[in-house]
Write a protein that binds this ligand. Structure first.
Ligand code: TXA
Ligand code: MG
Length: 338
């Protein structure tokens, strides 16, 4: 089938209340129409995702976004104009038409206009916003290719539109925007390709008053479990790039026995007799390229057949550009060693 037929088929499935694998520039999403409650339910069921973790609403126009949000202020307008389509999710007051299942009962809704041409075309054809979390089982490694999604949901037989490998490779920046027309309070709920400095650069050219705050309220930022993005075998991050493998294996095997239940609950496989073999994960020295390839390399390393995966953190892995990737790396890790 060609792309035109694939897009037509995707639209039919969505219109009939089904879910599809949707390519975006960040990661693949598992998409459904926001106006069909049974379809939204299907997302949670297919992903095995708990209902307390809200979904992002994807739109293809500013008008659609403004209908989903209850308030559209000047700072929201500036950020949407500057960064959409692109990897920025704006968390705004929720419009009354948005099903509370999508927002996990929160009064806010996450909205994003993806930059992938296939995603935009599907959104345009369907004519309704699509809710889409990353297309992986809950807690597992995010998908950056159509093949990843097909492997993840082989049993569920999800139709995936192949839009190629994701260019950004990690999930969007999630930014909460609270404004009243005069001033805005911003907080980054999830780091992503668009950095705080990128946001400031744009905001500083405008005559507006804003401040960034850290969120401490867990309710405002659900879905931030300690363990996330995890491969099926133990993944070890070692902060000492000079530490010999034998010493790492020794400590890993000591600690493995003490791994908390949380990890068991997302079904990580602990080798019975401890780790004997380990596959090294190597990433590009450029943070943008390293982020692009991270999830695919993590999956490859897990498929290599070793008992575990090891990543050495180097001194150059430092600075704002590396932060979004290390957020994922640290959450994907079963153990972080010094
Ligand atoms: O790049 C992305 O954002 C990808 C692609 C498919 O667009 N989607 C994605 O969705 O990463 P997901 O469900 O894996 O992560 C969405 C996260 C939630 O876990 C939650 O932390 C946050 O976005 N979120 C969504 N709505 C929110 C809300 N109303 N308030 C606070 N956080 C919200
Ligand atoms: Mg996800």
């Amino acid at each position: 089938m060609g792309m035109t037929q694939d897009i037509a088929k995707a639209k039919n499935i969505l219109d009939e209340g089904g879910v599809i694998g949707l390519p975006t520039e960040t990661v693949y999403g598992l998409a459904a129409r926001i106006d069909i409650p049974s379809a939204i339910e299907k997302i949670f069921k297919t992903k095995e995702r708990p209902f307390f973790d809200p979904l992002i609403v994807h739109v293809s126009s500013m008008a659609q976004a403004q209908k989903v949000a209850a308030y559209w202020g000047p700072v929201t307008e500036i950020l949407a104009q500057a960064f959409w389509p692109g990897p920025l999710t704006l968390v705004l007051p929720k419009g009354s038409s948005v099903n509370p299942m999508i927002t996990s009962g929160l009064e806010s809704v996450g909205i994003r206009m993806p930059a992938h041409p296939v995603a935009l075309e599907i959104l345009n054809k369907v004519g309704t916003p699509l809710a889409a979390p990353s297309a992986n089982k809950f807690g597992k490694t995010s998908p950056t290719s159509a093949a990843h999604v097909r492997t993840e949901f082989g049993k569920e037989d999800v139709f995936v539109v192949n839009g190629g490998d994701c260019n950004i490779g990690i999930e969007s920046t999630v930014l909460s925007v609270k404004e009243n027309g005069r001033e805005a309070v911003l907080s980054i709920l999830r780091k992503g390709h668009i950095l705080r400095s990128d946001l400031e650069k744009v905001l500083n050219t405008k005559n507006i008053s804003y401040q960034f705050v850290e969120t401490t309220d867990k309710k405002e930022s659900p879905g931030h479990m300690k363990h996330h993005y995890m491969p099926p075998v133990p993944f070890i991050v070692c902060k000492d790039s000079k530490r010999p493998l034998a010493s790492i294996l020794q400590e890993v095997n000591q600690q493995l026995a003490k791994l908390p239940d949380e990890i068991e609950s997302i079904k990580i496989v602990k080798p019975k007799e401890g780790l004997k073999t380990i596959t090294a994960l190597k990433l590009d020295n450029d943070p943008v390229l390293a982020s692009r390839e991270f999830y695919a390399k993590l999956r490859e390393a897990a498929a290599a057949g070793s008992d575990g995966i090891l990543f050495y953190q180097e001194s150059f892995h430092d600075g704002e550009r590396w932060e979004p990737l290390f957020d994922r790396l640290n959450k994907a890790a079963s153990l972080i060693l010094n």
